[in-house]
Design a binder for this molecule. Structure first.
Ligand code: 13P
Ligand code: SF4
Length: 305
């Protein structure tokens, strides 16, 4: 079977079985093409929860499938490839943060959505890369313990100087590895291009950008901008998708190392096999974990997230 045949089979199977496919925008193009929704992790969970289908198939990484399950506990949530984790989301355990919380009893613990469900259960407020600055600004307490991403946390601290933001040593291995030298090189090669970066990049890289934003915000900026060339400082698939969406513009990856192996673990064939009942993993979370992690997400919603 070629790609088009597999896609056709997937579309038939998902209709027959009443499955809604959610694909993170870091997924390969052929997967995004057969998805019902393509977007960032939190938005996918919200769309999934509003869908009629009682089974969701998430093409992305484990914490995203867990977030979908937390928002839709009554639905069946399948992760397309069980090996797809997120190293950042799995960096800090519940026990580790429980201990650190004791050292900072008067701090509000803010968890990036890129955290495992179990960790969310002991955090106060969840944020996404798109909402972090806005939500932290709304938190009445000025003392914030921000986990796990010290780069997103540093960006929030820079934007909200009236807050005291305590950071831990965590982050996305690939965004954090982008260097100021790579920025210099890309700027030299493409002097007319706007540089758009994800806030998971280190502060020196973010400070050199024309725009800092989530995957969705980067795509929107590039689509709406009058500029014709863009250097994209996030996972490489965003530059690829934008090149298809805007053929009259040019998109250059900031670094060829910006490839998330976990996001790329899912193949079109995996999706097909999950729909045939031969692959994938159903996300199972106990009621307590769902209720406590939900509290953290609801706190974000209450603050306008
Ligand atoms: P977004 O929430 O911006 O989609 O980012 C998800 C992610 O994993 C970034 O590395
Ligand atoms: Fe996790 Fe980084 Fe991959 Fe995003 S790009 S899923 S934060 S490892």
């Amino acid at each position: 079977m070629n790609t088009a045949n597999i896609q056709e089979e997937i579309l038939k199977l998902k209709k027959e079985k009443g499955v809604c496919i959610l694909a993170h925008s870091y997924q390969a193009r052929e997967i995004c093409e057969i998805a019902d929704y393509v977007g960032d992790s939190y938005q996918l969970s919200v769309w999934g929860s509003q869908e009629k289908a009682d089974t969701m198939l998430l093409c992305g990484v484990r914490f995203m499938a867990e977030t979908a399950k937390i928002l839709s506990p009554e639905k069946k949530v399948l992760l397309s490839n069980p090996i797809a984790g997120c190293p950042m989301a799995e960096q800090m355990s519940r026990d580790m943060i429980a201990k650190i919380k004791e050292e900072y009893p008067d701090y509000t613990v803010v968890a990036y959505v890129n955290t495992i469900a179990e960790l969310k259960t002991i955090c106060d407020v969840c944020v996404t890369s798109a909402s972090a600055v806005r939500i932290v600004d709304q938190i009445p307490n000025d003392k914030i313990l921000f986990i796990p991403d010290c780069n997103l946390g540093a960006y929030v601290a820079k934007m909200l100087p009236h807050k005291t933001v305590k950071l831990l040593n965590g982050g996305c291995p690939l965004h954090a590895a982008v260097t100021p030298d790579e920025v210099k090189l890309a700027r030299t090669r493409h002097p007319e291009a706007k540089l758009l970066v994800h806030p998971e990049c280190i502060p020196e890289v973010a400070a050199a950008a024309d725009f800092v934003g989530s995957t969705t915000a980067i795509m929107k900026y590039a689509q709406e901008s009058d500029a014709k060339e863009f250097i994209i400082g996030t996972e490489i698939s965003i530059a690829e998708h934008l090149q298809y969406d805007c053929p009259d513009k040019r998109f250059y990856p900031l670094s060829m190392n910006l490839i998330c192996a976990n996001m790329k673990a899912t193949t079109l064939m995996d999706v097909y096999r999950v729909l045939q009942g031969e692959a994938g993993e159903e996300i199972i979370l106990d009621d307590r974990t769902i209720a406590d992690a939900r509290r953290c997400i609801d706190a974000m919603i209450a603050l306008g997230g």
